[in-house]
Design a protein around this ligand. Structure first.
Ligand code: FE2
Length: 325
């Protein structure tokens, strides 16, 4: 039962195919972000220009024809409206043309579920960290089965904090991963640290870091920004694990690719005699396979979606999703 998934919520257009929970293909094209950041209309044009090519690649690497596909999923949200609409339009066209069911997928659910499935975690909480999001989440049964948000950023996502810092500090390329490279070998400079229960904030620390660039080396500031923000995430996550009595942690989302964050969480989980689960980088970056994987779960659990209900929702929160599997 091969299922196709289309991801287009931000600068990545990803299309993947899964069958019986196994990833058969995972293809993508990424819009190159300039120093002006993401301009949604331009990214949407990029997605619509590339959708046919990426679809063909996803099918041919899975060794399938479009007629072999049994269902199609797309990212309903959260994300950038114009970009989400390209994925939605492509999925609707495929569903109508080939008379197959269509499933609107929550992007955050997909990030958690892909790691949970591929790493075979049983009863985890998840730290979902990306550009736009930073949340500590876990499944709850009442009042309906859903992912509850135990803690989250009260302002910007940790990934956006690194990207904004990189842009303001005129790093080239102005991207969060550049901050990680700059941070190697740095020394710690004191910074504000804001954790409120299981919530956290990042704008204050970013503004402070930019101020510290006068009088400190870029290396020391980048290092301290990384150490402080990741420590905040570790503290809030450890509190959630303790309060909920959990021993498994799923780390997912774009920032989950950070070796330093993985190292810090892994040390924390070892000390708690628990396990950290992190998927391969291709599944932490935005990708189509994770959307296909959730669409397959929705199909198998008997969920139905009409074409008319297949809309997009820019602020589609994970706790609004009814988990049917
Ligand atoms: Fe994402």
């Amino acid at each position: 039962m091969p299922v196709l998934g289309i991801e287009s919520s931000a600068h990545t257009l990803g299309i993947g195919v899964v069958g019986s929970g196994k990833v058969l293909s995972n293809e993508k094209e990424m819009y190159r972000i300039t120093d002006k950041g993401i301009i949604p209309a331009r990214v949407a044009d990029f997605h619509s220009e590339n959708v046919r090519t990426v679809l063909d690649r996803a099918l041919s690497s899975a060794k399938l024809e479009i007629e072999d596909i049994d269902a199609v999923g797309y990212t309903k949200g959260p994300g950038l409206g114009p970009c989400l609409r390209i994925g939605q339009l492509a999925a609707r066209a495929i569903s109508e043309r080939y008379k197959i069911p269509i499933f609107p997928v929550n992007h955050a659910v997909a990030h958690v579920e892909v790691t949970k499935s591929l790493c075979r975690a049983k009863d985890p909480i998840a730290l979902y960290v990306s550009g736009g999001n930073s949340q500590i989440i876990g499944l709850e049964a009442k009042p309906y089965k859903h992912y509850h948000i135990y803690g989250e950023t009260l302002d910007i996502g940790v990934g956006n904090m690194f990207d904004s810092f990189a842009r303001e500090a005129k790093l080239n390329p102005a991207w969060g991963s550049t901050v990680a490279k700059e941070a190697v070998g740095g020394s710690y400079v004191q910074m504000p640290y804001t954790v409120k229960g299981m919530d956290f904030t990042f704008t204050g620390i970013m503004t402070n870091a930019l101020g510290l660039l006068k009088g400190n080396s870029l290396r020391d500031v980048a290092y301290s920004l990384q150490e402080t923000s990741f420590s905040m995430l570790c503290e809030a996550t450890e509190r959630a694990l303790l309060l909920l009595g959990k021993k498994e942690l799923v780390l997912c989302g774009g920032v989950a690719q950070s070796a330093r964050l993985q190292q810090m969480l892994s040390a924390m989980m070892r000390a708690r005699r628990g396990r950290l689960f992190v998927a391969d980088n291709q599944f932490n970056a935005d990708n189509g396979a994770m959307i296909a994987l959730v669409a397959e779960k929705m199909l198998r659990s008997g969920e139905k979606a009409s074409l008319d209900s297949c809309d997009v929702e820019q602020r589609y929160r994970i706790d609004k999703v009814n988990i049917a599997w």
